[in-house]
Design a protein around this ligand. Sequence first.
Ligand code: UTP
Length: 663
Amino acid sequence: MAFATLSCLLLALCVPAAARSPRRPAAARSRRASLLAMQTAGAGGEADSVAARLETDGVLSGLTAEEARLVCWLASEEMGQAHLFAGWSAAAPDDKRRLLRQVAEMDARYPEDAAGARGLAAYVSHARTLLAESAADLNPFDGYTVSVPRDGERMEVGTASFRADEARGGAMLKDTVFVLVAGGLGERLGFDGIKVALPAETLSGATFLEIYCTALRAIEEREGGRKAPLVIMTSEDTHALTEALLLEHGYYGLQPSQVHLLRQANVPALGSNAAAFVASEEDPFTLLTKPHGHGDVHTLLHGSGLLPAFAAEGRSHVVFFQDTNVLAFKAIPAALGVSERLGLAMNSLAVPRAAGEAAGAICRLQPPAGDGLVMNVEYNQLDALLRSTGGAGDEADGSGYSPYPGNVNTLVVALGPYADALAASGGAMPEFVNPKYADASRSVFKKPTRLECMMQELPKLLPAHATVGFTQFERWFSFSPVKNAIGDAVAQAAKGNYAASPGAGEAAVYEANAALLRLAGATVEAGAPSSFLGLTLGLSPPISLSPRFALTTDELMRRVSGGAAVRISAASALELDGDIELSSLDLDGALSIRASPGVSVVVRGATVRNAGWCWESVEPGAAGMPAGVSIRGYALRKEGGVQIELQEPGRYEVSGGGVVTRL
Ligand code: UTP
């Protein structure tokens, strides 16, 4: 390529991204990548010398003019990525192209920021600013005062006020949009697959995604066929597997048109405070990339055009939930009711937070000047923040817990104010960076970092008059995330914390179901804890209650119409899916009833006794067993027991030792 042509192409390289892409009304904004948008403007000597050097060194050999322009842009002072081209003089053009294609794609997909800058130039510029602030150890909340949010509710499951909010919210489910953020890598879990493909519990074997889809089917069954939309945010790491899981299982009974997949783009990993991109160790022509954080969900929803469509269908709220906290679905109806009663634009589900616990806290933050806001404060910032304002730090109050509710990152958002706020901001979320430094100089990272954004930072986009609050539930009822591999899980348990392993999540589900049956008046004996892979779990009795059996606590109470006439021994296993009423049941063994749509079952005068199903140890990775089960170190041996599956619509009775009679 002639140098004159190249320098002409390079004229734009010294122009800041914001200047190349001035902020315009959303409708007029071009979606073109920033590097493709480069036009001639403001030549610079630096650009010329970069181009000349690269050409002399043979870095550009074999590349087209467009590709050469991209290399020069990356090597410019603005981008600072010249290190990527060491060794390129001897490299094959196809290898070079691989890296350039990856860069062009990330450049095109990185969203426009609030100042109108976009593409990787904006990413690098944001990164340098945030990394410099982090290296200087700046406190983002300097001068703020903190208080407990005013608008919120601390719930006790089963009380009259809980039931009133749950009834109010239960009626809103049909007008709710469900948004699952499922783009995370799950590095801590170390499972070689997507997290939503794991069984939430192994008694029914239903995967997380299946349970979420079943909950939406349950809403539809109760609402005369009105379908609730499901949006799933995937990432480059999870998209293909999520799509394949849905296809393999026929969308778990949902209509494909009901499910909307939005794929977030990865961003380049950063190896230094100068925001240097990092090439993979295995392949120097591939950049290391990572997901940009779950905050992308707001940007993608805004850009998808789905929000106006949902509003036109009469949807009033959007619920954001995480991939593995399946118990959150028990709490969502009551939280919706609180949102409606208190007029909340945003409502964070929370649990009581122990002082010093590694969980974010929902706080009211008041800056020295301007409007305050209610928002999550990360646990590693909370103590310093509270002390800086003269308080005692992250300590418990008279309740034994921190006064600040512990954020579980399930968010209930009112659709109208949400869509308006995104339209006003262009949908871009504030970013942060959290490098792990190798030494006190804060200039070397232990491993590459990246910019991220968090969905709970939404209050930063909402107008000052929007009411933001929380709904706190007891942990046993609403908290069962699965995040940790067994090593970390055992370490957490040793500290007295929730272990967050697949087994711990499963035990939490069984314990919650047992507690809810007890609340309905049933007797459920607690079994002895089991220990697998060094982790002690309360797995007995395993009880699986699908959302089609009960979507709300109130519904569960009605299903267990017999109250004290329902008794479940510690040696039992009980699985219920569908329209089933427990009038009188004495269970000492295994019983499974699955009722298809149109089937209704009453369990009356039933005394079911058999050897039951038992937990047995398995080796993680054991042959012939799905990895999502063996990862737990145990499996349920299902031999014998009573298993009833009813598909023909009609009314049935289960009595005696499990005899089925058509009524
Ligand atoms: P987690 O905190 O569980 O992080 O994310 P993770 O990335 O999935 O797992 P680790 O940290 O690598 O072990 C909370 C929720 O946010 C989603 C996750 O899928 C999970 O539902 N998430 C996270 C995204 O959708 N995108 C992201 O970029 C990050």
